[in-house]
Design a protein around this ligand. Structure first.
Ligand code: ADP
Ligand code: MG
Length: 242
């Protein structure tokens, strides 16, 4: 039986009341797996992640983590529920030093010093640059810092919104490799990606969204070969709900 950590069940949500962006979106995220959400621009991928972490209100449906209803929990309570969120932009404090960014992320941790040493071990490049401002990091290094900050809270689930956006192909692969590595170490990840091939090569399961609705989903390796993917992306094909 699958070991589901996060369940999104028939969620309808949007930014303005009575103008839903997501309609009846459902998904399951299995423990210690990499689940990826792909879909054309404006599909509602970022909106879904924001709805899960409590940044916008859900008008219908439920979100459960570890079997507990977390629908509408405020973003600051999500950390207590074991959930970290890495936004697509502005995910580090650029004018602060790397060390200060990590101190902020660790401020509620009892074993902050130990955890900091652990994060520096994992990300030597951040250790080397600890006294430099986060704004001076390369795009890829900045994503490493954002992930390190997310890891500071010892989350069981991390939601990431397009961490490879705007990076060179090499840096994008490094970030996606890191994401994959984390799931190998037991962290569950729900990843939004526009880098479809690279994401599917590493993911366990994939959901395709378009126009705020579920389209297809399946094991990532199978979807990589599925011609329906191209029809949804490039051909504008849409699966209408029954
Ligand atoms: N802050 C916002 N206020 C109102 N509408 C928004 C906002 N952000 C996104 N949208 C709309 O929601 C839809 C889905 O956007 P988004 O979730 O960002 O798509 P994706 O991440 O899949 O590219 C788009 O039509 C977009 O215009
Ligand atoms: Mg987006």
């Amino acid at each position: 039986m699958p070991d589901t950590l996060l369940t999104v069940d028939a969620v309808t949500a949007g930014y303005v009341q009575d103008l839903p962006i997501l309609r009846d979106v459902s998904m399951n995220v299995e423990r210690a797996k990499l689940t990826v959400i792909i879909g054309p621009n404006g599909a509602g991928k970022s909106t879904l992640i924001k709805a899960v972490v409590g940044l916008l209100s859900i008008s219908k449906g439920t979100v459960k983590a570890e079997g507990k209803d977390i629908t509408g929990l405020s973003p600051d309570r999500m950390t207590d529920a074991g959930i970290s969120y890495v936004p697509q932009t502005d995910n580090v404090f650029r004018t602060l030093k790397i060390q200060q960014n990590l101190d902020l992320a660790l401020q509620k941790q009892a074993n902050a010093a130990e955890k900091l040493a652990e994060l520096y071990d994992r990300f030597p490049v951040l250790a080397d640059k600890r006294r430099e401002k986060a704004g001076s990091l390369s795009g890829g290094q900045r994503q490493f810092l954002a992930v390190a900050m997310a890891l500071a809270a010892n989350p069981s689930l991390i939601l990431m919104d397009e961490p490879s956006a705007g990076l060179s192909p090499k840096a994008a692969e490094e970030v996606l490799d890191l994401v994959k590595q984390l799931t190998g170490q037991g962290v569950t990840i729900l990843l939004v990606e526009q880098n479809v091939k690279q994401a599917l090569k590493r993911a366990d399961h994939c959901y395709v969204l378009a126009e705020g609705r579920n389209q297809i989903d399946g094991p990532a390796a199978e979807l990589l070969e599925d011609p329906a993917l191209g029809r949804i992306y490039l051909g504008g094909e849409r699966r209408v709900p029954a």
